[in-house]
Design a protein. Structure first.
Length: 293
């Protein structure tokens, strides 16, 4: 069984590492995070070491997972000085964050030049699925690299889809999050208007669930919107970033996406108001009457 290491052990990365080690028996040899305390806590839990440098992570394992926040962070860990590609010959990198297709392609090209194999593994799931090994994973990369790592990816997922070459999984994930964010914004407006009209929100939610207004976010976010419970599972800041990725893809393709642009503006407004750390359901704070909108 190949050894594994992780760069980025926030809630998603840490729970993926826990699942692989505690449930599947993989040797998680090293962890690294800019949040040293988080890395130390997870390392103690899993019996791993805290890597002091990125090349130390690469040296410690056969397969390195990365779960970072944005393109700049990705560029920094791979393409900066003393990055993951130092001594990377024969290693495999599986990059799981929602990033632009361009940065995935940039990293894959640099990885190939360093003698490494690279996959993107975009995740359309949340923290509990990471811990349970029931992620929905969209994979981009060479078919042969996908096949050679398929067992490991299956151990992390309940659904696994190879989307094509590097960059294609990122494109599909951008579309997933674009539509999810649009649905979330639409639900917040529908419930906000329902409350302003004096309607019973439990009744409205039940009607939504049985009609064309139904959606996955109705199941996951509606109750939180009403209760103003916005503990973060997927942040408004990340929603703004991902809607922005979709917007950039549309511009490059010569398309105008007015609904996505309006949704992005709402999430950008949340960030500007200091609400970016709230869950995406917090968009209801902009649509319910009397909540500061």
């Amino acid at each position: 069984m190949k050894t594994v290491a992780f760069v980025g052990v926030g809630r998603m990365g840490a729970n993926m590492a826990r699942h692989l080690k505690l449930d599947c028996g993989y040797d998680v040899t090293a962890v690294y995070d800019v949040n040293r305390e988080a890395a130390e806590s997870l390392a103690e839990e899993l019996g791993s070491k805290v890597a002091e440098t990125l090349p130390e992570v690469t040296a410690a394992a056969d397969i390195i997972f990365t779960v970072v926040t944005n393109d700049d962070a990705m560029r920094g860990i791979f393409l900066g000085s003393d990055g993951l590609l130092e001594g990377a010959d024969g290693k495999t990198f599986i990059n799981c964050a929602t990033l632009s297709p361009g940065i995935h392609a940039e990293v894959a090209e640099a990885g190939q030049a360093a003698g490494a194999e690279v996959l993107e593994a975009a995740m359309a799931s949340s923290i509990s699925q990471a811990r349970e090994g029931s992620l929905y994973l969209m994979i981009g990369g060479e078919e042969s690299v996908f096949e050679s790592n398929k067992k490991l990816l299956e151990d992390l997922s309940i659904n696994l889809r190879h989307c094509g070459p590097i960059g294609k999984a990122a494109e599909v994930k951008a579309l997933v999050n674009m539509v999810m964010n649009i649905n979330t914004a639409g639900l917040a407006e529908g419930l906000g208007l329902a409350e302003a009209l004096g309607l019973d929100l439990a009744m409205v939610r039940e009607v939504f669930s049985q009609t064309g207004a139904n959606s996955r976010v109705l199941e996951t976010d509606a109750e939180d919107m009403v209760a103003r419970d916005h503990d973060c599972w997927f942040s408004a800041e990340h929603a703004a970033k991902d809607s922005g990725i979709a917007s950039d893809l549309a511009v490059a393709a010569g398309l105008n996406l007015p609904v996505n642009n309006a949704t992005r503006a709402q999430y950008d407004a949340m960030v500007a108001k200091g609400l970016g750390g709230l869950d995406k359901s917090g968009i209801a704070e902009l649509t319910f009457k009397g909540r500061g909108n």
